[in-house]
Design a protein around this ligand. Structure first.
Ligand code: ZN
Ligand code: ZN
Length: 75
């Protein structure tokens, strides 16, 4: 049984935004990227803010680190 709605040509549709994909694998990647709250890694461990993706989180964490160094008087 298909976990996602498909049409007669085998295209699959995102259940969240109805975008069409040529196969289930592409859809799975899309859902994971755009719709799933897919991990605690994407929440900032320091302030709890949710980041859209890993690189946002990395930049965000960099600011925290810099802030901490500043508070400690190192910078
Ligand atoms: Zn979608
Ligand atoms: Zn933070």
């Amino acid at each position: 049984m298909a976990p996602y709605p498909t049409d007669e040509k085998g295209h699959v549709y995102c259940p969240y935004c109805c975008r069409k994909f040529v196969n289930r694998y592409n859809l799975k990647v899309h859902v994971r990227d755009k719709h799933e709250d897919n991990s605690m890694d994407l929440n900032c461990q320091i302030c709890g803010k949710t980041m859209r993706n890993q690189s946002c989180l990395r930049v965000h964490m960099y600011h925290h680190r810099k802030q901490r160094l500043e508070e400690a008087g190192i910078l």
